[in-house]
Design a protein around this ligand. Structure first.
Ligand code: SF4
Length: 196
């Protein structure tokens, strides 16, 4: 088993190749920039069966591939879209389809993504982390706690070091697709409701 790394300086010293789970292109920007600044080798992992449609999956993947080209990242590993399996997973939470964002459904959703990233990274002999921590809409404490259930998790909180601000600046420079809802059909429905 690899040693547990907890302090930021340990994290920066660790040069084990990293598989970065990416929720979308905009969030990935600042995370990849930081990893490259720290000279950490990385590949990107697009595993987002939480998205409500294949069309949305393709749009976010296209944006991520633009980010990869911009930063010279050689590999974007794609986990095929299986929204049916994701629904099965989150439906273990009572009233999952009625809950708001930041609820138990979202923790279950994070668990799904991080589990898949952990398995893929393990198969590749890598550690993993997630771009989800860069967003102010996502609770880093919850994400880091779920990540820590896996031995090969690298606990980056990408909100730090102005991560979110950098992500908005770089995403605008690259002119990539920026979605206006979290991803699943429930988040889209609540967004429409909020705008009514
Ligand atoms: S709102 Fe976002 S985090 Fe929550 S379940 Fe839906 S896709 Fe996942």
């Amino acid at each position: 088993m690899r040693p547990t790394i907890t302090s930021p300086s340990d994290l920066e010293r660790d040069k084990t190749p990293l598989l970065l789970h990416c929720c979308c292109g905009p969030c990935a920007t600042a995370c990849v920039e930081r990893l490259l600044q720290e000279e950490r080798p990385c590949a990107l992992y697009f595993s987002n069966s939480n998205l409500d449609t294949q069309e949305e999956f393709d749009k976010r993947l296209d944006a991520l591939q633009t980010v990869a080209r911009h930063f010279g990242i050689q590999e974007v590993v794609v986990d095929p879209y299986r929204h049916d399996l994701w629904l099965q997973h989150v439906s273990q939470v009572p009233d999952y389809d009625k809950l708001p964002e930041h609820s138990a459904r979202c923790a279950k959703c994070f668990q799904w993504s991080l589990e898949r990233a952990a398995q893929m990274a393990n198969a590749r002999g890598e550690k993993f982390s997630t771009s989800l921590t860069v967003s102010p809409h996502k609770d880093s404490k919850v994400l880091l706690a779920i990540g820590a259930t896996h031995d090969n998790f690298a606990p980056y909180d990408f909100k730090k070091k102005n991560g979110f601000l950098r992500s908005t600046i770089i995403a605008r420079e690259l002119n990539i697709y920026r979605q206006n809802y979290c991803g699943c059909e429930f988040s889209k429905a609540s967004m429409k409701h909020d705008n009514e």
